[in-house]
Design a protein around this ligand. Structure first.
Ligand code: ADP
Ligand code: MG
Length: 238
């Protein structure tokens, strides 16, 4: 469990500024959705939380501790990507446990975590299969299993459903949200899909060109969009 804060964060790549004036507080256990058009800086923001990008200016604070210089592996954060590259030659079990073993977890601890995660995700019967023998939805569940076994303080999702068909997307949206509620893990979920944002979020953060345009509950954004851009993006009638 964790709370997360961005304090005046900015990010530049060379002389290109891609994020400016990012101020954001994310509460313990909250499911926050970052939404905005392609290229507005969503992935970069997420990768900074994970420690995969440096912070050019300002601070990122997790549980009251400034983490700017902290290595990714010291952050206890798990990330689920769009391209959930599973290892094709490894069983589901090994795909889920491999990262833990690399981090030095014992076989017994690893097995216990895999069993727990497989039960949560309905993957018990598939543990000995290879990814090639799974459906797209099952593979995405294994990708989530890999994140869950870390027992992280924070889940980061970067458009995890964008490669799936509409029906599966709807189903997994519900599953991810139910799982997050059950585990109570603070989550930041990136999408460019406003339906996903409106249906999943405790709080939506609308981004545009490297800045936060508005943050609020789905209802707040729908009822009182701060700008025409937010209104257009959320799809309210104004
Ligand atoms: P989004 O996830 O919202 O589509 P990104 O965070 O991926 O946006 O990218 C934001 C901007 O930063 C884009 O203009 C992108 O080209 C640029 N960018 C992202 N990563 C890098 C990088 N490693 N080097 C240079 N520019 C980058
Ligand atoms: Mg992105």
């Amino acid at each position: 469990m964790a709370n997360l804060a961005f304090r005046n964060v900015a990010k530049t790549f060379g002389d290109q500024r891609v994020l400016s004036d990012i101020n954001l507080e994310i509460m313990d256990g909250e499911f926050t959705v970052l939404v905005g058009p392609s290229g507005c800086g969503k992935s970069t923001l997420l990768r900074m939380i994970a420690g995969l990008e440096t912070v050019s200016h300002g601070d990122i604070v997790i549980n009251g501790r400034r983490v700017n210089g902290l290595q990714p592996k010291s952050r206890n954060i798990a990330m689920v990507f769009q391209n959930y590259a599973l290892y094709p030659h490894m069983s589901v079990r090994r795909n889920m446990g491999f990262g833990l073993r690399m981090l030095g977890y014992s076989r017994a601890d690893t097995d216990r975590r895999i069993t727990d995660a497989a039960r949560l995700l309905g993957l018990e019967a598939l543990l000995d299969r290879k990814p090639g023998a799974l459906s797209g939805g099952q593979r995405q569940r294994v990708a989530m299993g890999r994140a869950i076994v870390r027992e992280p303080d924070v889940f980061l999702f970067d458009e995890p459903l964008s490669n799936l068909d509409a029906q599966l997307r709807t189903q997994l949206r519900t599953e991810i949200r139910a799982l997050q509620t059950k585990l109570g893990v603070t989550s930041v979920y990136v999408t460019h899909d406003q339906v996903e944002a409106m249906t999943m979020a405790d709080r939506i953060v609308v981004m545009r060109a490297g800045r936060i345009e508005q943050a609020g509950s789905p209802l707040e954004l729908f009822d009182a969009p701060a700008t025409r851009f937010v209104a257009g993006f959320i799809g309210s009638p104004s």
